[in-house]
Write a protein that binds this ligand. Structure first.
Ligand SMILES: [Zn+2]
Ligand SMILES: [Zn+2]
Length: 340
C-alpha cells in the first residue's frame, strides 16, 4: 500500500496547510485503519477554523469527524470489525475511568479525546482509530447517508431525552443541518406539525422544500404568535438547535410543554425567564451529544426511514476543503461532503 498521502493539517488561526505525510499505520493492538470514502463538514469544523477559534483544537492535527469508510487493516486484538467492513465514526473517545464514565454518563467524561478535534480525524485518505470508535454499518446504506451518522446520532441522543407522543407539534429554532436533522427525525417518529424558525432565507427555503409544515423567518414574523396560530396552543416540543435561543424557545412552547436545548454557544449567556418556566409548567432538557445513541442511529440509517443525505448540497474533493468550509459559513451550502 502506498505510504504517502496529501492531507490538510490544521495550523491554528484558521489555517489549513496541505502536506505530504506517511499514511497512519497500526500502532496498538486495538487500532483500526480505515480508508475514508467521504467526510462531512460539521459546524464544529467551522468553529475550529474560525478566527479567533470558536472551538478548541491543537495545531498539527487533521480535523474532520463525520467520516465513513472501509476497514483496511486491524490490530491483533480487534474483534468488532474486519477488513472490508464499512464503518462510521463515533468520535468521542471516553476514558471509562472517571467518575462520570463510571456512573454511565460517559457523554460527561472529564478525560475524553475526540477524533478530528483533539486527535487526527477523517479529512484524510486514511484514518487510524481505536476499534471502540468505529461502528459497522450495512453497505446498502448509501455513502452520503452514512456520512451523516455522527450529527444524526447527536439528534437521536437529544430526542431520546424528551418524552415524545405521536402527533406532537414540534418547533425547531435553527434550520441549519442540525435543525433539519431533528426535523427529519421527528417526521419519522410521527410528529404532528413541524415548524422551522431561522433568520436565513436559504435555510428556510430548504426546510420548505423538504416538505416541513412551516418555515418562519423570525425577522419578519412574530414567531410566538405564528407558532400559536399554527398549533392552537403552542408547540408540544421546542428544540433550540442554535444555542442561545432559550427565551424564544420558552415563548413557543405550550403550557406543560418541553424545551430541548441542543446548540452550544459557550460565550453567550442569555437571561432566563424563570417565571415562564414555573408558571407554565415547562420542562427544559439540557442535552449534550447524546448518551449511547449509536446503535439506534445505525438501525435508523439501515432502515432507510431517515435519509439525511437530502441535506447534502455539495460534494468536493479533499483539496477543496476550505472552499467547502466557506460555502457553509456563508450559507450557500447546507451540508458539504468531502470525497477522498
Ligand atoms: Zn459533527
Ligand atoms: Zn471518563
Amino acid at each position: 500500500m502506498s505510504n504517502q498521502e496529501y492531507v490538510p493539517i490544521f495550523r491554528g488561526n484558521g489555517v489549513l496547510e496541505y502536506v505530504e505525510r506517511d499514511a497512519p499505520q497500526i500502532e496498538t493492538v486495538d487500532d483500526v485503519l480505515v480508508q475514508i470514502e467521504a467526510c462531512g463538514i460539521c459546524g464544529t469544523d467551522l468553529n475550529i477554523l474560525a478566527v479567533p477559534p470558536a472551538h478548541k483544537a491543537p495545531p498539527g492535527i487533521v480535523i474532520g469527524h463525520e467520516g465513513v469508510g472501509i476497514v483496511k487493516a486491524i490490530g491483533p486484538a480487534v474483534q468488532s470489525v474486519r477488513p472490508g467492513d464499512r464503518v462510521v465514526i463515533a468520535n468521542r473517545l471516553t476514558c471509562g475511568q472517571c467518575d462520570y464514565c463510571r456512573r454511565g454518563l460517559d457523554n460527561q467524561c472529564t478525560n475524553y479525546q475526540t477524533i478530528g478535534t483533539t486527535i487526527d480525524g477523517a479529512f484524510a485518505p486514511t484514518l487510524r482509530a481505536p476499534a471502540c470508535a468505529l461502528w459497522k454499518i450495512d453497505p446498502s446504506v448509501p455513502r452520503d447517508d452514512a456520512a451523516l451518522f455522527e450529527p444524526l446520532s447527536c439528534a437521536v441522543g437529544s430526542v431520546k431525552r424528551a418524552p415524545f407522543q405521536p402527533g406532537d407539534n414540534v418547533a425547531i429554532i435553527g434550520a441549519g443541518p442540525m435543525g433539519l436533522l431533528f426535523a427529519l427525525l421527528y417526521r419519522t417518529l410521527g410528529a404532528g406539525k413541524i415548524i422551522l424558525l431561522d433568520v436565513a432565507p436559504y435555510r428556510l427555503e430548504f426546510a420548505q422544500e423538504m416538505g416541513m409544515d412551516a418555515a418562519l423567518n423570525v425577522t419578519q414574523v412574530d414567531a410566538a404568535a405564528e407558532v400559536k396560530r399554527l398549533t392552537g396552543l403552542g408547540a408540544d416540543i421546542v428544540v433550540d438547535a442554535v444555542g442561545n435561543q432559550m427565551s424564544q424557545a420558552l415563548q413557543l412552547a405550550r403550557r406543560g410543554g418541553q424545551v430541548i436545548l441542543f446548540g452550544l454557544r459557550p460565550h453567550d449567556n442569555p437571561p432566563v425567564n424563570q417565571y415562564t418556566i414555573t408558571r407554565y409548567d415547562l420542562t427544559v432538557h439540557g442535552t449534550f451529544v447524546g448518551l449511547h445513541p449509536f446503535a439506534q442511529t445505525i438501525q435508523l440509517l439501515e432502515s432507510r426511514r431517515v435519509q439525511p443525505s437530502v441535506l447534502v448540497t455539495h460534494r468536493l474533493p479533499l483539496a477543496e476543503l476550505e472552499r467547502g468550509v466557506e460555502l457553509m459559513r456563508t450559507q450557500q451550502a447546507m451540508k458539504v461532503l468531502i470525497e477522498m
